[in-house]
Design a protein around this ligand. Sequence first.
Ligand SMILES: O=P(O)(O)OC[C@@H](O)[C@@H](O)c1c[nH]c2ccccc12
Length: 258
Amino acid sequence: MGKHKLENTLNELKATGKPLFIPYMMAGDGGINQINERIQFLEECGASAIELGIPFSDPVADGPVIQDAGLRALQEGTTLKLVLDEVRKQKESRNIPIILMTYINPIWNYGYEQFAKHCDTAGVDGIIIPDIPMEEEEDIAAALSNQSIAFIRLAAMTSPDERLEKIAQDSEGFLYAVSVNGTTGERQQHDKNTLDYLKKLTALSSVPVLAGFGISNPEQAKSLAAYCDGVIVGSKIVHLFAEGKQTEIKELIGETVR
Ligand SMILES: O=P(O)(O)OC[C@@H](O)[C@@H](O)c1c[nH]c2ccccc12
């Protein structure tokens, strides 16, 4: 058994032999009342876990689709505190793991200890922080560790092998393998060397490895998942929600995890 519930849940799903699928959704896009509705919908679609984005004014890793969703969510008045309050309401009825994706600044404002405690109360299982360098993560890592919340690390294709090794060993819950160079957003295809990179990370990591960035259809998802444990899809899901195309979300997830 791994140290974190998230890791154990993903490993159980992995044992069924199907690729893992983690959809990303922007919290507060479509209104605060859509947060729990959409989480429940994605759970019913067969998602393995949910990556819940906290909108932020300076989202350096986000491409245009997610940036726009973030602006809409901010206009709805979405804050980290509001999202945690919403997520807590559904804690008992929810079976799917929740992963928060937030830049470090909102966590800093909230207070690291306070943030970790409130995540625990809300039943949050893991955290992704795209803009904290390995060298500066000690304090937030300690706060999360006190509450047994998985601190998911991001690996980049440009990282040297030594660094990838360290990231793969440190990562908790799963390892997020960023599979393009650049920001989030749909891509036609991935480089050939992406597959070697995924293979390498899978060999280095003791937690499940999921590829994310640039994935928008089941074919792409399956071809990458053949070299790791599953995929994360953001922009495509955000875009389909914004257009009210829930049926297509269901098909995308269903066809990938089948
Ligand atoms: O949108 P894409 O290309 O499908 O990529 C997933 C991504 O959106 C999601 O995981 C995410 C949204 N914002 C991020 C910032 C950093 C890392 C990851 C993310």
